[in-house]
Write a protein that binds this ligand. Structure first.
Ligand SMILES: [Zn+2]
Length: 164
């Protein structure tokens, strides 16, 4: 009997830790799906919520003119939120002047953006969007500063800056 129990425990412990690994990400996914559902708005609902310029960027993957956004020169401490759903996307301590004319960051707030590849300029680029409302923010390139080497090139019209 003792022998049987100890064998069972031996099997049970690794099984439980595997289950923990499997179920933890599932729970996170489930909760993020719930909040995503709330942000599935129709075209007209988005149009009512956003300026035509921001609608073009966020919902039609448009790009604003370089050097047109005041946020390009924003140097105060604070957080840059998604203009669509207000999710915090970037912190000012990861912002830098890339010289491109768009607000640039070398890292995003963890889990706040998701990426996909687009071919709008024929050459494949990595588009990124808000992980909650799906609003297009910009493109991410591999020519940014250390420690990440990333350059998140963001449209200012897709962001709302909240100073500390
Ligand atoms: Zn959003």
């Amino acid at each position: 009997m003792n022998k049987f129990l100890s064998r069972r425990t031996f099997i049970l412990i690794p099984t439980m830790s595997i289950l923990k690994i499997i179920f933890k990400p599932m729970q996170v996914l489930a909760s993020s799906l719930v909040s995503k559902e709330e942000w599935k708005l129709s075209k007209d609902e988005w149009k009512a919520k956003l300026s035509p310029e921001s609608y073009y960027i966020l919902r039609e993957e448009g790009t604003e003119r370089a050097f047109s956004s005041q946020l390009n020169n924003e140097k105060r401490k604070g957080i840059f939120h998604c203009l669509g759903c207000n999710l915090p996307l970037f912190s000012s301590d990861k912002k830098y002047d890339s010289g491109t004319g768009w607000p640039s960051f070398w890292d995003s707030i963890q889990g706040s953006v998701e990426t996909k590849v687009d071919f709008k300029l024929i050459v494949p680029r990595t588009e990124y969007h808000c992980s909650r409302c799906g609003g297009h923010q910009g493109h991410v390139f591999n020519d940014g500063p250390l420690p990440t080497g990333k350059r998140y090139c963001n449209n200012g019209l897709a962001l709302r800056f909240v100073p500390d």
